[in-house]
Design a protein around this ligand. Structure first.
Ligand SMILES: Nc1ncnc2c1ncn2[C@@H]1O[C@H](COP(=O)(O)OP(=O)(O)OP(=O)(O)O)[C@@H](O)[C@H]1O
Length: 258
């Protein structure tokens, strides 16, 4: 486990009109680790992630990446840093195959023509690198894939672009038991390959199965950021539902600790 965070947010505020959704949020993300971002519905998880991804501009606070303070104004800025978000709805095109989906909008060309051979090779290499063996052919249409396989393709697509931080929004929400296990294994492998992984999840079993750290948001404030090995399910549930966990002795704000 590494000590230095690759991504550090400090004092992030975000409002939509008169409604302040994020209050003075600090958040650390470490390479080689899975950080679970938890919180009740409406706690601000998606908003925080969209700020990280450059979809929502932050109103105040600092965004540090690899020890430099950066300005992230658009998804392009975030992608340039190596930050990729895999959304719950996956945004894959059913009528395209796996390779086409992985390169959608960033196709490789040789002159004016699509460079299919290179894209195929890169897609195959990426899937291999993640030890993904569940898809039969990378030329398979995405419409024929299972939920777990689709999730895998979406994750591989994020990893293809030399990403350093991959944020996964509820990747197992729609999956059965076996597929959940496969996706969680993949999530773990991403971190073991050195990536910094942020996993948004409501599922405590998933959180405890793969995460190294847990960041708990409560009503738009970071209630605590702790090592998974230092807490119990019950303590995390308490953090999510009340923003406190008495027996942890944590502050209720800015808990970017551990
Ligand atoms: N574009 C927006 N305009 C106004 N309010 C918003 C906007 N996006 C989010 N909010 C509000 O911000 C709060 C946090 O929402 P957010 O989606 O970030 O929570 P969440 O923790 O991701 O919830 P869930 O687990 O339900 O997805 C909510 O009260 C929501 O209504």
């Amino acid at each position: 486990m590494t000590a230095t965070p690759i991504l550090r947010l400090r004092g992030i505020d975000k409002s939509f009109g008169p409604v302040q959704v994020l209050h003075d949020v600090s958040f650390d993300v470490h390479p080689g680790e899975v950080t679970a971002l938890v919180g009740d519905n409406g706690a601000g998880k998606s908003t925080l992630v969209k700020c990280i991804g450059g979809i929502h501009p932050i109103d105040g606070g600092e965004y540090w990446f690899e020890d430099e303070e950066v300005q992230v104004h658009s998804p392009r800025d975030a992608a340039a840093l190596g930050v990729e978000i895999v959304y719950q709805d996956l945004a894959l095109c059913d009528n395209l195959d796996i390779v086409q989906n992985m390169f959608l909008g960033r196709e490789k060309r040789r002159g004016l023509v699509l460079d299919d051979a290179t894209m195929e090779e890169m897609a195959a290499k990426t899937l291999e690198g993640l030890s993904v063996r569940t898809v039969k052919s990378i030329r398979q249409q995405v419409s024929s894939l299972s939920g777990g396989q689709r999730q895998t393709v979406a994750i591989a697509k994020a990893v293809l672009w030399n990403s350093k931080v991959v944020i996964l929004d509820e990747p197992t929400a729609a999956l059965g038991v076996a597929q959940t296990a496969q996706v969680l294994e993949l999530v773990r492998r991403l971190a073991d390959n050195g990536l910094a992984v942020v996993l948004i999840s409501h599922n405590m079993n998933d959180v405890f199965a793969v995460s190294d750290r847990i960041a708990a948001l409560y009503l738009g404030r970071m209630a605590a950021q702790i090592r998974t090995s230092d807490v119990t399910h019950a303590q995390v549930v308490e953090l999510i539902t009340s923003g406190r966990s008495g027996d942890l002795g944590l502050a209720t704000t800015n808990g970017a600790t551990a």
